[in-house]
Ligand binder design. Structure first.
Ligand code: GLU
Length: 491
């Protein structure tokens, strides 16, 4: 193992989103690439926003994706616990030590006072931000505030120097001191904030590389300053991690993809039956490339090739079509047996198949799978394509939109002719079925294939989109096919 230690440290608020998964993936890939350690930490110090459900969903999502962690919840590790809600005593202790060492101070300014001073600074063309008012408060003044019932926040004392670091993705970056004022570490009620707990844990967990979204860029100078203070008071190993800020992910209309956009929700992909391999393959391309235009790869291949220097700092565009196309490639790459294994739970959830499918049902699935495999982009599309094979005749229904479009008067005439042709087929297998339908509908009646076969397809499969027609008829069997055609003709 190398000494590289990276972390993925989401807050459990709501449904995990794809931006978060991209961050998890890039950290995972870097750990694998370097033979390092992938730490999974839960940043759940915000009691009002975090939830247990969301925590469990995060674990389940990472497991589903196959982004397994070396240290973290459930697996443990030498720097646990890995849920920040179980580490409050650590933060309290660190906060007290920062205060004693003079790296932080109690600040009694009320939100209204801060706001007034911010406004004034803006009017006077000064950079707004905390002005250091409470930095040197005498103990008498502090006691007076306390007597007046004010609860102080703990504020970090920035060193007043500019900050420069060599970002692994964005190159050299500098923040001027005036843009990074003293900031709050602990609320008046004693709650420690992200600003404290995240760097404290990075220090204690000996994190060497921080790869995270660009939205956190402005935290970095503050955190670098805090690392120095932590080192001074003997917290952690004293290393300041290297930082790499991953590019924004843009959605429709070139706006940042937000949690509210439906295509950002991981559950949406899971429910629609994206394969984890397909989704991760696409997410890997958001800001990174394998080189030589290779766009289809496993995450192990990605990890092998993953150099942070190849991460592109420019915003990446999230393209649902491309994501879907890559997923379709992944579906086509599976063996029949594997695709069946992945499809089964979807068929069961949709009640197309029972919990314990019969041997007959499974052999029908095995016979149909190749036809479906070529035509679906997601597993849920597979369910819709296969439904016609399993639905009981009493429950069989034709999609009303497709019915209106294809089974109009002329469609019904075609279906009537098809019925006669099919009734005469002796050996019910695809080539004979095809020959009979072609002879009747195309050669004899002069229809074009498209208008000839559409009505038959809708009548027997219930939909315009199905596996190929002749194969579908064969799989369904003669009796059921003829019965469906008669029912439609009689309707
Ligand atoms: N809990 C933070 C978040 O989810 C982590 C940020 C970081 O990687 O430092 O945004």
């Amino acid at each position: 193992m190398s000494n590289v230690r990276v972390r993925f440290c989401p807050s459990p608020t709501g449904d995990p989103h794809v931006g978060m998964v991209r961050t998890a993936l890039f950290n995972w890939a870097y750990a694998k690439h370097t033979g390092g350690t992938y730490v999974f930490r839960i940043e759940d110090t915000d009691i009002a926003r975090d939830s247990e459900d969301s925590y469990l969903m995060l674990l389940d999502s990472l497991r589903w994706l196959g982004l397994n962690w070396d240290e973290g919840p459930e697996v443990g590790g030498p720097h646990g616990p890995y849920r920040q809600s179980e580490r409050f005593d650590i933060y309290q202790d660190v906060a007290a030590r920062l205060l004693t060492a003079g790296h932080a101070y109690h600040c009694f300014c009320s939100p209204e006072e801060l706001e007034d001073r911010r406004e004034l600074a803006k009017k006077q063309n000064r950079t707004p931000g905390y002005d250091g008012k409470c930095r040197e408060l005498s103990s008498v003044a502090q006691a007076e505030f306390k007597a007046a019932g004010r609860e102080p926040v703990l504020r970090f004392k920035m060193p007043g120097t500019d900050f420069t670091w060599n970002d692994l993705v964005r190159g050299e970056l500098t923040f001027a001191a005036e843009h990074v004022p003293d900031y709050v570490l602990v609320r008046g009620n004693g709650d420690p904030l992200y600003t404290l707990v995240n760097p404290v844990d990075d220090a204690l967990m000996q994190i060497t590389h921080v790869l995270r979204g660009e939205d956190l860029l402005s935290s970095t100078p503050r955190q670098i300053a805090l690392y120095a203070a932590l080192k001074d008071i003997g917290i952690g190993s004293g290393i300041t991690p290297e930082f790499g800020h991953l590019p924004y992910v843009m959605g429709e209309g070139n706006k940042k993809l937000s949690k509210r956009d439906p295509e950002s929700s991981l559950s949406m992909y899971r429910n629609q039956g994206f394969l984890p391999e397909g989704l991760l393959n696409y997410l890997a391309l958001l800001g990174w490339s394998m080189g030589d235009d290779q766009e289809f790869f496993t995450i192990d291949q990605m990890a092998k090739a993953f150099e942070i220097s190849r991460v592109n700092p420019n915003p990446a565009r999230f393209d649902l079509k491309k994501c879907t196309a890559i997923n379709a490639d992944w579906i086509r790459s599976l063996s029949s047996a594997e695709l069946i294994k992945r499809l089964l739970p979807f068929l069961q959830t949709a009640a197309v198949l029972p919990e314990q499918p019969s041997a007959e049902q499974l052999s029908l699935l095995a016979a149909a799978i190749e036809l479906v495999q070529e035509r679906i982009e997601t597993l849920s599309q597979g369910v819709e394509m296969l439904r016609f094979l399993y639905v009981a005749e009493s429950a069989f229904a034709v999609d009303p939109v497709d019915k209106a479009a294809l089974l109009d008067e002329s469609g019904m005439q075609i279906l009537l002719a098809a019925q006669a042709a099919l009734a005469a087929v002796g050996n019910w297998e695809r080539t004979e079925i095809e020959a009979a339908l072609r002879a009747k509908l195309i050669t004899e009646l002069g229809h074009k294939p498209k208008s000839a076969f559409g009505p038959v397809r809708v009548a027997v499969t219930g939909r315009r989109v199905s596996p190929p027609l002749f194969e579908s008829l064969e799989l369904l069997g003669k009796d059921r096919s003829m019965q469906r055609i008669s029912t439609v003709l009689a309707s």
